[in-house]
Design a protein around this ligand. Structure first.
Ligand SMILES: O=C[C@H](O)COP(=O)(O)O
Length: 254
């Protein structure tokens, strides 16, 4: 049975104190309300990571992650943060390849392949994001785009490495727009992703890979999305900034 995960991506929001109080609320709600085996992951800005990891100690259903990591182990990269640093403060996950990193910071599949290698080498679990733009979908290129993101970004990994990954499908046109992919559209792509993983790593690996949906996911639409056979949770942006909404999404798997 593959792991169900709901990951919050705070993006560049919340100062230090705001982040700590939101996270404390999340922990308290998860402690009291989560009855299943699902995992809540909070991916915060770097400044919060150490404190959040301390607060999460002893709460096995809540983990902490970063939103990016550099591809190099260390060195003269002013302003950057390494995977080893992230791991050293107690984070378990790192988001890689988010469409905002691809769009605004020019991150391409080749760079993301290196970032994935470095994250894994340092014991972080990448939440590897893939997804097409509206233009690509309208041109009927979405399956090709998603396949190339997988092939060029993560299919160089051996099986032992690949099983550490979580994949997140985020159609770019659904991120922060209020337009969610329909459950049918999302399921179609998740099934496609699982089929590609099966072709590369075999059915057993594919069956055990957690594939998240992201893009305007909220407590209202999450139940229908998460009921789909190949959707194992969500990567949540805006709704993760409200403790009640985020935990209500986590609770879908109760
Ligand atoms: O990482 C999260 C996604 O970008 C989704 O963001 P959103 O829930 O605000 O649409």
């Amino acid at each position: 049975m593959r792991k169900k995960i709901v990951a919050g991506n705070w993006k560049m929001n919340l100062d230090y104190n705001e982040g700590l109080s939101l996270f404390s609320e999340v922990i308290n709600m998860v402690k009291d309300e989560i009855t299943g085996n699902q995992q809540a992951v909070v991916c915060s800005p770097y400044i919060h990571l150490h404190s959040l990891a301390q607060l999460a100690k002893g709460y096995t259903k809540v983990s902490v992650g970063a939103q990016n990591a550099h591809q190099a182990e260390s060195g003269a990269y002013t302003g950057e943060i390494s995977a080893k640093m992230i791991k050293s403060v107690g984070a378990e996950y790192v988001i890689l390849g988010h469409s905002e990193r691809r769009q605004y910071f020019g991150e391409d599949n080749a760079l993301l392949a290196k970032k994935t290698d470095t994250a894994l080498k340092n014991g972080l679990k990448p939440i590897f994001c893939i997804g097409e733009t509206l233009q690509e979908r309208e041109a009927n290129q979405h399956l090709d785009i998603i396949k190339s993101q997988l092939v060029e970004g993560v299919f160089h990994l051996d099986e032992a490495q690949f099983v550490q990954l979580v994949i997140a499908y985020e159609p770019v046109w659904a991120i922060g727009t209020g337009v969610t992919a329909s459950s049918g559209q999302a399921q179609e792509i998740h099934a496609f992703i699982r089929k590609e993983i099966a072709a590369k790593y075999g059915q057993a690996v594919a069956e055990n890979t957690t594939i998240l949906y992201g893009g305007s996911c909220n407590p209202k639409n999450a139940p229908e999305l998460f009921a789909c056979a190949d959707i194992d949770g969500g990567l949540i942006g805006g709704a993760s900034l409200k403790s009640r909404d985020f935990v209500d999404i986590v609770k879908v798997f109760n």
